[in-house]
Design a protein around this ligand. Sequence first.
Ligand code: 26V
Length: 804
Amino acid sequence: MRINKESFKSDFKRKLTTLYAESIRSASNFHKYYALASLVKDYSSEKWMNSNDYYSSQKKKQVYYFSMEFLIGRLLGSNLLNLGIRDLCREALAELDINLDELEELEHDAGLGNGGLGRLAACFLDSMASVGIAGHGCGIRYDYGLFEQKIVNGYQVEIPDNWLKNGNVWEVRREDKAVVVKFGGKVTPVLENDTLTFEHTDYEAVLAIPYDTPIVGYKNNTVNTLRLWSAETIDKDFDLDSFSKGEYTKAVEHKYSVQSISQVLYPDDTRIDGKILRLKQQYFFVSAGLQSILRTFRKTRKPITKLDEYIQIQINDTHPAVAVAELMRILVDEEQVSWDDAWRITTNVMSYTNHTILTEALEKWPIELFKKLLPRIFMIITEINERFCKKIYEKYNDLNLVHDMAIVCDGYVKMAFLAIVGSHSVNGVAKLHTQILKERELNNFYKFFPQKFNNKTNGITHRRWLLKSNPELSKLINKTIGDNWITEPIKLINLLAYSKDKDFQDKMYEIKQANKAEFAKYFYETHGINIDPNSIFDVQVKRLHAYKRQLLNVFNILDLYYRLKENPNLDIVPRTFFFGAKAAPGYYLAKQTIKLINTVADIIDKDQAVNNKIKVIFLENYSVSLAEKIIPCADISEQISTTTKEASGTGNMKLMMNGAITIATLDGANVEICDQVGEENIIIFGMKKDEVMELEKTKRYNSMDYYNSDPRIKRILDNLVNGSLGVSPSEFADIHKYLLANNDEFFVLKDFAAYLDAQNKIDELYRNQDKWREMSIVNIAHSGAFSSDNTIKKYARDIWRINQ
Ligand code: 26V
């Protein structure tokens, strides 16, 4: 389809008329946004249809990324960009006196994820489409995404995210493709003519309706599908059975209980709380997804025994791990495939990605709950478990090991073990993380299945995180090294030749300054708060979690504040510290940390003696679209987790790609960033992996020693609880207790001194602008290695075995 400015303008006007019977003059901005987005969807429809036809006629291998979370953000800008018409559209709209940026701002973020894991899924969808892999997403269409965060009196308040209230222009409801998912009930074995079948009765039937969203590849012909499932009652509004018996309340209750399955995203990415609704969500989308995949496969008339040659499923963390048992159920019960054949097919189809080593996040379900909700699935898992345990025993003759590795054990079903046993590939998300999985967390499984384990370091889509979010820098790069980095991001390396080029350095600096000024303007307009664009922008944006150590950052700020109070002439480069972070609603310590950040922000703000040198900004409601605004402004990227705890991190990659200098521990993908840019272009501090592991093992750490020996730490901790922060002395008593009485689980005090040294080094470095800009360019040049295009090609080659 050829689109030019004139055809676009007339298409747009027609869209406004057909949708709303309005002209450009009378339409509201929201109607203009909606009409534009609807038009963009039309423009992609033909390619979408052709991609689907091509996939079915060529019988091409299809990949399905199963994930509870897809943190997509907005789609208008990225779809325009990928269709290659964003500039044309911007100019054409300008001729109609319409500002494209303003319309893009009206789209509500699709926030169907908590953080890194969900955003990774979204980056992978963009990359699969852009490198031309037939790769689709399968998940849940939550009515409410991750809560909206308000800060009231310094505290986080959660507000439901009603993201669908004005409609969702991108999705297509496909009622014709609905499937039924069965919960509960009774399963009875039936032996007839020597064949054993299982009769499932008295179950609750839930209708799963798919909503499809096109995923547009970058300037190619690929449009893949993100299929999200919504739960509805089969009889629409009422449970007719109860209704006809006159039990009206029960009839309506049933409706609400079914709809609750896809109602809301769980906002906690820190602990499992064993809620039955979450297991229901998991089985709901996994079963619906597999049924629809199998239905499409049957149409190809290929033998079911070849399923694994045409279908690959990536299990994103353990949340969809029940897919292993559900595929076995379909193959054995519905397709009458033998157990052994079904098992070969299933393990060839499935692969599992692990995203965390934190034990409190490893999913396990109480047997009783599991059995009641999914009786047939439980039987199948028991069978898988028995066969697996037998093999362990045969190999090692060791019952303790059988106990440690059993999928069903100690009253629980262990989802990670099910995922490992039922997959042909198990991967971690950064080199260090995979190494720790192999050496420690999953060592037993690694020894048993060494060939399954592999690393796939995470990546980010450079199209959203550079090309779209930082257009001026992208233009400068195009002018300097050409634009082939857009399709081959590794080519960004050609910028190395310009790292010392004064002219390039200056232009890059001007762009950073302009981004900062624009952000300051936006922030003033939306919050009435002034930010100095000439200060260093020091940015820590990620979920709030103790292991990510936002506390370390705040403590450095407090120490700096006290030093400035003691010595008002202390020579520092003015700095603005930005925090963006949501805390899980039930995570008390994380919420108190938000209150502490805001308390410190207030104190500094009110203090004339320091407020022209340092400032703290808490970015309310950190989200994908806010990330796109702040990341291009960052001078410093804070990646300061306790080494071994951050599986990879992806914000680290986004920030380096936009020229920020990283201050980091050697954790997750920071290690690989350091390998790429070299130690002289990153600021590394703190304990290394072996030190952390040693301290954890020997339990020799005593946080009190650091309190007693470092007067800076003593001052900060004492002031937390003596009322000097202008709040009640009890306000931060629990943070104090967590660090001292409870011995500081994530070694904040231990790394404190090293972190302060590193921060001072940064202050010095920034003064040497030649060096700083050179470092910044080196970082951008190496960031191409972290494009998710590269990551996804490795998944395709090594795990999905797709020949590109
Ligand atoms: C965990 C849980 C625990 C049970 C309750 C619900 C829930 C929901 C989400 C999660 C996900 C935790 C794992 C996670 O987000 N890992 C992050 O994955 C990123 C992508 O691989 C990686 O960059 C981050 O380092 C890692 O923390």
